[in-house]
Design a protein around this ligand. Structure first.
Ligand code: SF4
Length: 219
């Protein structure tokens, strides 16, 4: 017998140019259970929606929601929020990927909790966790970046992938996960206390100098 259980999904409306909405599925680390997939597919078929598109932040956008059906479709999917809770881009890591040398999922969740605990910040924080130096979690160009090594984690802060793309400052080398979280907490506080409104971490570090950041995390 086929399993027909469905699971609710947290969704955030995103306005589009053509008077429709997309509904962003607020996924954690890109994971969708079979129950969530069933619920989404039911809604796609019932409302004849055109597409489901992956985002760079490991979420999904359900496109083509007519404005007059927005509330009804949100209810059909699950819970509507104004903003998805901040997440992290986390690669599959050692347990799944043949190249992985460290597990990534728990550390990804710990980073999300750490960012939440120490906010608010001058601007958004993007995080990436990668299970090896191929950096599929985009760790080198995220505000917070973690890259697995044979002995632990390289820790970067202040990377960016915009027009002036540059890797973050290396604030820890092959440290334990606990040590990485301690260093990152100090870096986040440094940014929270010194960043200007709407200034990303990379710009704050460029303005104040990487020595100031390194002094803050070593204090
Ligand atoms: S970063 Fe490494 S471990 Fe993670 S998905 Fe890419 S190749 Fe695999």
């Amino acid at each position: 017998m086929h399993n027909t259980t469905t699971e609710s999904v947290i969704v955030m409306p995103v306005e589009r140019k053509d008077d429709t909405y997309a509904l962003r599925l607020c996924l954690n680390q890109g994971l969708m259970t079979p129950g969530m997939l069933r619920r989404v597919l039911e809604v796609i078929e019932k409302y004849n929606l055109p597409s489901l598109r992956a985002t760079t932040g490991q979420r999904m956008n359900l496109e083509g929601i007519p404005t007059d059906k927005l509330d009804e479709i949100c209810d059909a999917l699950g819970t509507r929020v104004e903003k998805c809770a901040p997440g992290a881009t986390v690669c599959p890591g050692k347990g799944i990927c043949k190249y992985g040398i460290q597990e990534t999922a728990d550390l990804g969740n710990a980073i999300v909790a750490l960012v939440k605990k120490n906010g608010p910040y001058p601007f958004k924080i993007k995080s990436g966790v990668s299970g090896c130096k191929m950096s599929c979690g985009l760790s080198y160009v995220r505000d917070i970046g973690l890259v697995a090594t044979a002995k632990g984690w390289d820790v970067l802060f202040g990377g960016c992938a915009t027009r002036n793309a540059a890797p973050g400052v290396l604030i820890g080398e092959s440290v334990s996960a606990d040590e990485a979280l301690k260093l990152l907490e100090k870096a986040l506080i440094f940014y929270r206390e010194n960043g200007k409104k709407r200034e990303r971490t990379a710009a704050t570090v460029a303005r104040l100098g990487k020595e100031a950041l390194l002094a803050a995390v070593k204090a």
